[in-house]
Design a protein. Structure first.
Length: 261
DNA sequence: ATGGTTGCGCTGCAA
């Protein structure tokens, strides 16, 4: 069995202490981070190693984006893809000894206006997700797990108000349509919703709320998917909402899943 | 209808 977590950390250097706390208290076998906002050589790997996470694959750039996969178990191969040719560090993949492939994705947020004619970033987001669809269609993934900050909340109960967010980037019908097409192309199962099928579920709360916890205007932007051949081995999904209330928090909470493999 | 916060890195941009 192994446990995996995904967390948009919003600067891995500023929040090195929070990552350490999560690794100590929750001890997942694998932790996938997004928005590291750091060149790879400045990621605090020494701390990871001291806590038993001796293996890492990462892609980085100064100030923006950045993804990393930390592991207690050996990583036998690594890969990456520059989706939508943005030149951003938004994807990294790792193959584990048991053959399971882990994809860590940071899909573009997409700006404020949900119209690619006036907002180039929105078009880039749709193109990014379309390329995910095409890649999975051409090369069907097997024994694979894909996690990350997808920046899309697909279900009505993935947002605090479906009606109020229909025109807000992250929950527009066209984004949801694109994400579901990518999911379908790879026969991906939404593991979090397989385990927690009912009810409101969020992984992100804006910094701008006066009291994020009381207002609870969240969205489920962070996801764990698995291919059908291993999705039935998944159980025990949860979102560590508490971490959103830690000192100087990320605006995202970590999402967990365990697999009997 | 609007403004609200944070991180990076140095002026505003991205989220």
């Amino acid at each position: 069995m192994f446990t995996l977590a995904t967390w948009n950390i919003n600067s891995v250097r500023l929040r090195e202490g929070l990552v350490a706390r999560l690794l100590k208290e929750e001890a997942p076998d694998v932790l996938c981070l997004q928005e590291c906002k750091s060149p790879v050589d400045k990621i605090p790997t020494e701390m990871f190693s001291q806590l038993g996470y001796h293996h890492m694959v990462a892609r980085g750039q100064k100030g923006y984006n950045g993804v990393a996969i930390l592991s207690r178990l050996p990583i036998t191969d690594a890969g990456e893809r520059d989706y939508a040719k943005l030149g951003h560090a938004r994807h990294v993949a790792a193959r584990m000894e048991n053959g399971v492939v882990i994809h860590n994705m940071y899909i573009p947020a997409g700006g404020d206006v949900p119209d690619r004619e006036v907002n180039e970033k929105f078009g880039q987001k749709l193109d990014f997700v379309s390329e995910m669809r095409d890649v999975f269609h051409a090369d069907k993934p097997a024994r694979s797990i894909m996690v990350g900050d997808f920046n899309i909340a697909p279900r009505e109960d993935d947002v605090w108000s479906h009606k109020k967010l229909l025109k807000i980037v992250s929950h527009t019908p066209i984004e949801v349509e694109h994400l579901l097409a990518a999911q379908d192309a790879g026969d991906w199962v939404d593991v979090t919703r397989k385990d927690i099928p009912e009810g409101q579920l969020y992984s992100w709360w804006s910094y701008r709320a006066r009291d994020w916890d009381a207002a609870d205007k969240g969205r489920r932007l962070d996801h764990i998917w698995a291919t059908g051949d291993i999705a039935n081995a998944a159980h025990g999904s949860r979102i560590l909402r508490d971490a959103r209330g830690w000192e100087k928090p990320s605006d995202h909470a970590p999402v967990f899943a365990s697999f009997d493999l």
